[in-house]
Design a protein around this ligand. Structure first.
Ligand code: NAD
Length: 261
């Protein structure tokens, strides 16, 4: 636990499932105030609010689509209205779908870019604008992916969006370092969340993915949340503009393991 996070306010987008849910709950354990942005199941969010309160944190669920300027600005307003601050912005909402690139429709391309890239841009812009106005040395954490660097056939739009998120992070880190605002990417590898449910329900497919991970197992959302808490905390005070890969070593050419190649 990071003592300095206690009482800080965070927004987590797409926080009602998977990695976002784990980050919101971890922030609750850190006794933070959390805006739980969701697009789906409100009942689940209410359970999360209760869980966060049981840890000594505070939370409010706010419905909103990260591709809408108005909705994203409402998230920041909710942080201000409920908790009087915004210290940590986690742009986590993301989608993917598998399509061979020669069949990728413009509609699918736009949808994935809209959520993963434009949603991240809007979240960064609104949060940083607030942090500057209130002279807060805030932290922005963008949930990218190993696919900001590993090409991913059949997921062209997804890989392009995450490559874009990397440059959003690096550019904003440079632009706002003089204000003391830190902007970092968190790049998960293969994590056991609903986005992968279909893939991992097939034991052969799951084994195939595991073979790409030097540590040998699919990560848990809590392991990504732990990295997010560190990036949010002052323990990472000298870190900005990086991608912290939490990927079991996936980005380190696992096929060379054991001296192959
Ligand atoms: P998930 O499907 O459980 O979570 C994605 C969340 O985003 C959902 O709660 C969904 O409702 C929300 N969302 C989608 N569109 C939205 C919109 N327009 N506005 C607001 N919310 C929206 O999957 P996850 O694995 O938890 O994914 C979280 C993030 O982690 C994504 O950005 C994903 O690309 C990234 N990621 C996941 C993995 C993995 O293996 N699970 C690996 C690398 C990166």
């Amino acid at each position: 636990m990071y003592k300095d996070l206690e009482g800080n306010t965070a927004i987590v987008t797409g926080a009602s499932s998977g990695i976002g849910r784990a980050i919101a709950l971890r922030f609750g354990q850190e006794k933070m105030n959390v805006i739980i942005n969701y697009l789906g199941n409100e009942q689940e969010v209410q359970q999360m609010v209760s869980e966060i309160e049981s840890y000594g944190g505070k939370a409010v669920g706010v419905y909103g689509d990260v591709t809408s300027e108005e909705d994203v600005s409402k998230l920041v307003a909710a942080a201000h209205d409920h908790f009087g601050s915004l210290d940590v912005m986690v742009n986590n909402a993301g989608i993917e779908n598998e399509v061979p690139s020669e069949n990728l429709s413009l509609k699918d391309w736009r949808k994935v870019l809209d959520v993963n890239l434009t949603g991240t841009f809007l979240g960064c812009r609104e949060a940083i604008d607030y942090m500057i106005e209130h002279q807060i040395k805030g932290r922005v954490i963008n949930i990218s992916s190993v696919h900001e660097t590993i090409p991913w056939p059949h997921f062209l739009h997804y890989a392009a969006s995450k490559g874009g998120v990397k440059m959003i992070t690096e550019t904003l880190a440079l632009e706002f370092a003089p204000k003391g605002i830190r902007v970092n990417n968190l790049g998960p590898g293969a994590i056991d969340t609903p986005i992968n449910a279909a893939k991992f329900s097939d034991p052969e497919a799951k084994k195939g993915v595991e073979s790409l991970i030097p540590l040998g197992y699919i990560g848990r959302p809590e392991e990504i949340a732990a990295a997010a808490a560190w990036l949010a905390s002052s323990e990472s005070s000298y870190v900005t503009g990086i991608t912290l890969f939490a990927d079991g070593g996936m980005t380190k050419y696992p096929s060379f393991q054991g001296g192959h190649g």
